[in-house]
Design a protein. Structure first.
Length: 227
């Protein structure tokens, strides 16, 4: 079995006003298919920086990041877009489009998918099925302001997996939720791993979430402490 994500010797440094701060120091990490990993550490330790590098949202400075055995930062534009289309992303803030319904937010995300249905009818049908699976059958036509925090985050999850990704990266997805909604979100993520074979890399410093994951990796001052 080969890793869906293979990170090797990644270092990243921010420079501001002549001052340098290294937030990742020789990070190496592999994630296997259907593995749920929690990256734990205090604020500012480099968790989010690592996720944005995996997602192709900032430039790699040193080291290697392979997605599905392909070098992400050596790929041409077409291959890089293809690799990125296999990644779903969830953030602490849901980032839903406020004037769109739950269904419309999910349909919009499908345009980035290599598996997207060709017809608008097919996209809507798939979005409705996905939202229903996440317990939002009666909220399909609701706009974000009409949803609770937990419901908005479930729409964000539906949007992230609408592209049928192989890897999901989630940055503090339960941080802004109460305990009950946080539990529901973690149960949904665990179900995606167990039933869909999705691999998940999630950041959090909440120890209550440890029981849901397969492996806990701690990061502090840019170093992986356990692997």
């Amino acid at each position: 079995m080969k890793p869906v994500l293979d990170i090797n010797d990644v270092t990243y440094t921010f420079t501001s006003e002549g001052q340098c701060q290294t937030v990742l120091r020789s990070i190496s990490l592999q994630i296997m298919p259907a593995e749920f990993i929690l990256l734990s550490g205090p604020s500012g330790c480099g968790k989010t920086t690592l996720l944005t590098l995996i997602g192709g949202m900032r430039s790699l400075q040193s080291g290697s990041i392979k997605l599905f055995e392909e070098e992400l930062y050596e790929a041409n534009c077409n291959l890089r877009n293809k690799l990125r289309s296999k990644i779903g992303m969830i953030f602490q803030a849901h980032h839903l489009i406020s004037f769109m319904t739950a269904e419309e937010n999910v349909v919009l995300a499908m345009d980035a998918s290599v598996h997207k249905p060709k017809s608008m009818h097919g996209k809507k049908e798939q979005a409705r099925e996905l939202l229903a699976e996440l317990g939002l059958k009666d909220k399909i036509l609701a706009k974000p302001k009409e949803l609770s925090g937990g419901q908005r985050q479930r729409v964000a999850i539906a949007r992230a997996i609408a592209c049928q990704p192989s890897l999901l990266i989630a940055d503090e997805p339960t941080a802004s939720l109460d305990a009950e909604n946080g539990r529901l979100i973690m149960e949904l993520l665990r179900k995606l791993v167990d039933e869909r074979g999705l691999s998940i890399l999630m950041t959090s410093h909440d120890q209550r979430l440890y029981s849901y994951v397969d492996r806990i990796i701690k990061i502090d001052d840019g170093h992986l402490l356990t692997n």
